[in-house]
Design a protein around this ligand. Structure first.
Ligand SMILES: [Zn+2]
Length: 420
């Protein structure tokens, strides 16, 4: 049969010196003059005096059969085939797509894995180089805006460990949240980051980083709520963070910089608005009403907060959500429309309550919504208010002596139109 070798469908390579098996393989892969199989599998098996299954198994171990008509796209060698079926399959596939043999595929996979590892290492290096902690000018508390001071103290008052090594990533806060709404939390951290007040702690896991595509180039970026932050400064991060916490607490208790005296009422509005929105979201969720607070929601809630305490607003919100759910239950309106109707209800009841001078009962805090760290920092640590649910800003008596520089006009908090 040796003169048949050029008529084989495949190129054979003997693996284990099994001469018998080689002969079987030659018979198995032999072609006739028309290009069809010279022997049926049954004939090959019966010549070898073994079963067809045993034949296939023996060939699989003893020889490698490569098919020159379906070459590997990477190395150019024919794809291996253990059986005629596999050979047919390969040929069909190679007509429509590029084929890659197993060793080449493994090589490519290994290279891809390696490239991914290197890419990740580059990412971490780039983030640390651009945003990481290194010795820098320390933060001066008196230069902070009130909002920055609140955001910072709220972030580092519950540090990741007793040594104040770094912050807990926002998304890893359990129970008490950093801010009333995660959107606000991310916004505050982004503000601190953009102002260069916080840097990335080296212990931040690489999963907190990612590549950002911009103008056709890739740049290292990060997820602000996954990063372990540390305050800008010089020396060990634990000392820097601990000193900042202490310094902000001292500043809260002492005489405030001008910008804080004039700015606290605005910050009050901002914090309360987040609180009210968080409660609205919770109530809507209780009634399975899909709701995405937008511009109008903010306007209505902010407006109501000008006249009512958060507790009173809880009252309006709770009822509005309940009534909107009933409105949906009665049928005829889509869920989304029912949800949105809650805002109109809040607006109307607030207007009536104001016009008719209602004595609105202030609701107590919902247990499922504990005060956030930002709110506690602002209301309790900064303003010394025990229960912010029942208070509006004009009823706030600051515990501290407000001492503006060389000016008599101390009584009224400035309004937006005021100019100096
Ligand atoms: Zn290959």
């Amino acid at each position: 049969m040796s003169d048949d070798k050029h008529q084989l469908a495949v190129e054979l390579k003997l693996m284990n010196g099994d001469g018998e098996a080689e002969q079987m393989a030659i018979n198995y892969w032999a072609l006739n003059s028309e290009g069809g199989w010279r022997y049926t599998v049954r004939e090959v098996a019966s010549t070898a005096k073994i079963s067809q299954i045993a034949l296939t198994q023996r060939l699989r171990v003893a020889v490698i059969a490569r098919d020159p008509e379906s070459p590997c796209d990477q190395c150019g060698f024919g794809m291996t085939a253990s059986t005629r079926t596999e050979l047919d399959q390969n040929r069909r596939l190679s007509a429509t797509r590029s084929m890659v043999c197993t060793p080449c595929r493994l090589e490519v996979e290994e290279a891809e894995k390696q490239a991914a590892v290197e890419r990740q290492e580059r990412l971490v290096a780039e983030v640390q180089q651009r945003f990481g902690h290194r010795d820098q000018e320390p933060v001066v508390t008196q230069d902070l805006t009130l909002r920055q001071a609140v955001s910072l103290l709220a972030l580092f008052r519950n540090p990741i460990d007793e040594n104040y090594t770094c912050s807990i990533p926002l998304k890893a806060w359990l129970g008490e949240q950093y801010a009333a709404r995660s959107e606000d939390g991310r916004k505050r951290i982004t503000e601190l980051w953009n102002a260069g007040l916080v840097t990335v702690h080296p212990s931040t896991p690489p999963s907190a980083f990612g590549w950002v595509e911009k103008d056709d180039t890739e740049r290292a970026g990060l997820y602000v709520d996954a990063v372990r932050w540390t305050v800008r400064g010089s020396g060990p991060t634990g000392s820097i963070n601990a000193a900042l916490v202490k310094s902000v607490r001292t500043a809260f208790a002492g005489s405030w910089p001008d910008s804080w005296q004039f700015g606290w009422a605005d910050e009050w509005d901002a914090v309360m608005l987040e609180e009210a929105t968080a409660y609205l979201e919770l109530c809507m969720e209780d009634h399975n009403l899909d709701f995405n607070p937008g511009e109008r929601t903010r306007d209505v809630l902010a407006d109501a907060l000008n006249y009512f305490s958060l507790g009173a607003l809880y009252n309006f919100i709770w009822r509005a959500a309940r009534d909107s759910a009933a409105y949906y239950q009665r049928g005829g309106v889509p869920r989304k429309q029912a949800a949105n109707s809650a805002i109109g209800r809040i607006e109307r009841v607030a207007e009536r309550a104001l016009a008719e001078s209602w004595d609105v009962k202030a609701y107590r805090r919902d247990r499922r919504l504990p005060w956030s760290s930002v709110s506690t920092t602002f209301f309790v640590s900064l303003l010394g208010i025990g229960d912010p649910m029942t208070i509006t800003p004009e009823n706030v008596t600051l515990a501290k002596e407000v001492t503006p520089n060389e000016s008599d006009e101390t009584e009224d908090p400035p309004t937006e139109g005021d100019s100096v």
